[in-house]
Design a protein around this ligand. Structure first.
Ligand SMILES: NC(=O)c1ccc[n+]([C@@H]2O[C@H](COP(=O)([O-])OP(=O)(O)OC[C@H]3O[C@@H](n4cnc5c(N)ncnc54)[C@H](OP(=O)(O)O)[C@@H]3O)[C@@H](O)[C@H]2O)c1
Length: 196
């Protein structure tokens, strides 16, 4: 069955790679939601709808969420506020599946590294999502690279993170798999990295 995927922050560096993969490898219908729609160029597909808007604009977010099967949030900035707004809007509209890009280190799970306050927005937004009853998957990728490879492992919450980096293509590959495989890694928080 065709999946309707709403991509929040669609001009983000991982989102742009994921959009290409969705179009190449699935029959998903994509709604790209971003603050400046003119940034989306060269996408010529009847499967793509582009909507300009801010994730913190609850009314607009609600409008765009109706009828979606999956929300894929690829955001940076005020992540706690965004997480609250997205969870609330998903509850209101009855959309259940959320894929949320976070960062490695939010649980102090990286061997040899101590927790850095810079991760507070990532940690607290993850807490908001974990406290919801949504079918979420939080991804905690390592440092992004532009390597032309899909090569990664995942680690569960509570396990030590493996390695430090991961290609954007790898993260996008996992996003596409999660979005199109109902039930896969639901209510899980996954480290994503290329092991050394
Ligand atoms: N770089 C790394 O190595 C690394 C590693 C692990 C995790 N991460 C994190 O992973 C996440 C995804 O990474 P990325 O590189 O794909 O991110 P990115 O390129 O920074 O994209 C984030 C997107 O969020 C959008 N955004 C911010 N506030 C918004 C709002 N209020 N409404 C709508 N859109 C909004 C931005 O839109 P505009 O284009 O309008 O600004 C931007 O396109 C980020 O949080 C990043 O920090 C990064």
């Amino acid at each position: 069955m065709m999946t309707n995927v709403l991509i929040l922050g669609a001009n983000g560096s991982i989102a742009r790679v994921a959009i290409d993969l969705f179009l190449k490898e699935t029959d998903a219908q994509l709604t790209l939601y971003l603050r400046k729609s003119s940034r989306i160029k060269n996408i010529d597909s009847s499967r793509v709808k582009v909507i300009e808007g801010d994730v913190l604009d609850s009314e607009k977010l609600k409008e765009v969420m109706v009828g979606q099967d999956v929300v894929y949030a690829n955001l940076s900035g005020s992540l706690e506020q965004m997480a609250k707004n997205i969870v609330q809007t998903m509850d209101t509209t009855g959309v259940r599946r959320l894929i949320w890009i976070s960062s490695m280190g939010i649980y102090n799970e990286v061997p040899g590294q101590t927790y850095n306050d810079i991760l507070d927005p990532y940690r607290y937004s993850a807490e908001i999502i974990e406290a919801s009853d949504l079918e979420y998957t939080i991804l905690r990728p390592g440092w992004f690279t532009n390597k032309n490879e899909i090569d990664y492992v995942t680690t569960q919450k509570g396990e030590p993170f493996k390695g430090h980096e991961v290609s954007r293509q790898s993260v996008a590959d996992l996003v596409v798999k999660l979005a199109t495989s109902p039930g896969l890694e639901v209510r899980k928080s996954l480290g994503v990295s290329k092991p050394k």
